[in-house]
Design a protein around this ligand. Structure first.
Ligand code: ADP
Ligand code: ZN
Length: 668
């Protein structure tokens, strides 16, 4: 590391400094002579730009002054002692992510060192997490042991692995066995999960086995807590880091294994701000940099990973046996159109579904009710003029929330008091349409007055304490029926949960997006996996007006969906990049769109669609247009992206940031 560091002498040296900003150029600074020995690549330094002070990291040192400026105008930097330098691996990861995701290394740096660049916000929680290991790791079943052998065999050949294991097959146990071996050899493990909220059970399980070697890392943590984890990781101590996508940016030092659990999950993708990275794909890059093994796991692998299996980039290991298997869970579909005709519907529930729920509850079972829309009524409409009130800032209809008697926008958070008077025709005729989780909760409380019904969605899960309590209560069977959105579909493992209900599956089929069928199919498989994790055969009941929908008929027919993607040239067969252009002023928006369109064609990109209006084409007071670019999956893609990024940066400069232009690589 030191051999190319310049000699310490009286000669002035210069540093190129990476700053946590959206600029791709590195700024150069002079290293004051007496400081030369303390500054090396990766050192933290302070610099001034326009009288504002920034913390940055040294990327290059040279005795040559940059040619762009006269020597005497190059400003000095000042070292920040006491902060451990950034490693070469980190610098490499940042620059590779920046290239791949069409952002700047500075933006990745900023995401990585959020915890350091901000002011501390309290002390790390102490006490609880310093647990002593209390449990032995469980012995594997023979199917699990066989899968573990196949994984290790692939690793020994330098391969990356996709563990395609049905829900309840015990993928977690396999991860833990691998982790244990690494820990015993003093290595570090990164264990990625889509969301930390749904991983409390897992957290407890790991901490019982690994005690204080477990470190959690996620954005909901205190800055002080994150700093503490960072220190242990940078010092190269053996540990198992359980974290969400941002944990890929940690300063690992001795990383031997990465596990990406539920690798198909959309939560791995960061929507905003840049870097708009996918934690799974960033983990693949991280594993290359560290030469560590990587294992992706899922019961419903992403098409991207299945494609990588086809092309040999991943080795697939299958685990098709459930650990507690007595009988496979069953699916029953209830046709709501038919039930309405026969007058068999009680609110949102059909009579036969209610009968089933009753008997489950009587047998001492628990029920999960899934509905993809929160609020009381997802939309409201005037029964006189038909008007549907929309958010003033977004092209989105407002939802009615009974608890606060309010109408609110789930996009930007706009809220106003609800009155029945229609703002368009003036008649007192506004009425809620459809049933969201809040209404379903109310219906269930009326239908099952002696039972405990609890709702779990973005509103009720707002506090971590409540969330933890909800999970504890459900596990201890203090809750009979749990109603919720997406949050209840992931990772729950409850012994007495024997029925899962999917209400109004039609909402899932309605989304117009090339991935919507894939997502609906994944969701149904995951819901099925929540039911009957233990000995009893669990069941999933789906209510829908479209019982013949292809997703229901051929859910597992991945080959068919893949063939469609291939025919119509969608990912994973091509690389998709969207460029979103946003401006509050429509004239400026069109001007920017024209410039972006020219830039795209100057890059030699032939497959482009746009500017098009996305489903939500007005949000937060800004008009939105999109360009959809398809690139062949070959070596040219990197050069094209680089070229396009540069052109967009120039447009940004020219427009002085008035219009927002956001590239998104592999959008979800
Ligand atoms: P998956 O992640 O594949 O859906 P889990 O890892 O959650 O499955 O395992 C399902 C259930 O089976 C859990 O309750 C888990 O504790 C149990 N289980 C799996 N493997 C073993 C094992 N080898 N020994 C004991 N229990 C196991
Ligand atoms: Zn809004």
């Amino acid at each position: 590391m030191c051999e190319n560091a310049p000699e310490v002498n009286r000669e002035t040296t210069y540093a190129k400094v990476l700053l946590p900003l959206k600029i791709s150029d590195r700024l150069s600074y002079r290293i004051p002579g007496e400081m030369a020995s303390t500054v090396s690549i990766g050192s933290w330094v302070k610099v001034n730009i326009k009288a504002k002070e920034y913390m940055g990291v040294v990327e290059e040192i040279s005795v040559q002054a940059p040619s762009s400026l006269p020597k005497e105008r190059i400003k000095p930097l000042s070292p920040i002692p006491g902060i451990a330098p950034v490693s070469r691996n980190e610098l490499e990861l940042w620059s590779r992510l920046a290239d791949y995701y069409m952002c700047t290394a500075g933006e990745v740096f900023k995401a990585a060192y959020n915890a350091l660049l901000k002011k501390p916000d309290g002390n790390p929680r102490t006490g609880k997490d310093a647990a002593v290991p209390q449990e032995e790791i469980s012995p594997l079943s023979s199917a699990q042991a066989k899968a573990l052998d196949s994984i290790k065999d692939a690793f020994s050949r330098g391969k990356r692995v996709l563990l395609n294991g049905v829900t309840g097959s015990g993928k977690t146990e396999i991860y833990l066995h691998l982790a244990k071996e690494i820990i015993e050899r003093g290595g570090q493990i990164l264990y990625l999960v889509p969301e930390i909220a749904i991983s409390r059970q897992l957290q407890q399980r790991i901490s019982k086995i690994f005690g204080p070697l477990l470190l959690t890392y996620h954005s909901g943590q205190t800055i002080a807590g994150r700093r503490k984890a960072i220190k242990v990781i940078r010092d190269g101590k053996p540990c198992i880091v359980l974290g969400t996508r941002s944990a890929v940016l940690l300063p690992f030092n001795g990383l031997r294994l990465i596990v990406v659990d539920e690798e198909h999950d959309q939560s791995y993708k960061q929507a905003d701000p840049a870097p708009r990275y996918n934690g799974r794909d960033a983990a693949l890059i991280l594993s290359e940099i560290h030469g560590s093994d990587i294992l992706l796991g899922s019961a419903t692998p992403s098409f991207e990973s299945l494609y990588n299996v086809q092309t040999g980039k991943l080795v697939e290991v299958k685990l098709s046996e459930r650990y507690h298997a007595a009988a496979d869970p069953t699916v029953r579909i209830i046709d709501t159109n038919r039930e309405y005709r026969l007058h068999n519907m009680r609110g949102s529930f059909s009579a036969s579904l209610l009968k089933e729920m009753n008997s489950i509850l009587q047998e001492g079972g628990q029920i999960l009710v899934f509905r993809s829309r929160r609020a009381y009524s997802p939309i409201v409409q005037c029964t006189e003029c038909g008007d549907i009130p929309k958010c003033p800032n977004c092209n989105i209809s407002l939802s009615y929330h009974k608890a606060g008697n309010s109408l609110s926008c789930h996009y930007c958070g706009y809220t106003r008091l609800f009155t029945t008077r229609c703002q368009k025709c003036g008649e007192p005729a506004l009425e809620g349409k459809g049933a969201g989780t809040e209404k379903i909760e109310e219906e269930l409380k009326e239908l099952f007055p002696d039972r405990t019904v609890v709702r779990f969605d973005a509103e009720t899960a707002s506090s971590k304490v409540r969330e933890e309590k909800m999970i504890r209560d459900f596990a201890a069977h203090r809750i009979d029926i749990l109603v919720g959105t997406q949050m209840i579909t992931k990772g729950f493992d409850f012994e007495k949960l024997s029925l899962v209900v999917l209400l109004n599956a039609d909402t899932l089929f309605a989304v117009q997006d090339f991935r919507s069928d894939e997502r609906a199919a994944q969701l149904i498989t995951q819901l099925l996996g929540r039911a009957g994790r233990r000995s009893d055969a669990g069941r999933l009941i789906i209510q829908t007006a479209q019982p013949e929908h292809p997703v229901l008929v051929s859910r597992g027919d991945t080959a068919r969906y893949m063939a469609e993607r291939r025919t119509f040239l969608y990912p994973p067969f091509v690389r998709l990049i969207t460029i979103t252009v946003k401006d509050s002023n429509e004239g400026r928006l069109w001007n920017a769109c024209r410039m972006v369109k020219d830039a795209i064609s100057e890059c030699g990109i032939t497959s482009v669609n746009g500017p098009v209006s996305p489903a939500v084409d007005y949000a937060g007071g800004q008009h939105i247009r999109e360009f959809w670019i398809k690139l062949a999956r070959n070596r040219d893609a990197a050069a094209i992206k680089k070229n396009l990024s540069r052109k967009i940066e120039l447009i940004d400069l020219q427009l002085k940031g008035a219009t927002v232009i956001l590239p998104d690589v592999d959008p979800l």
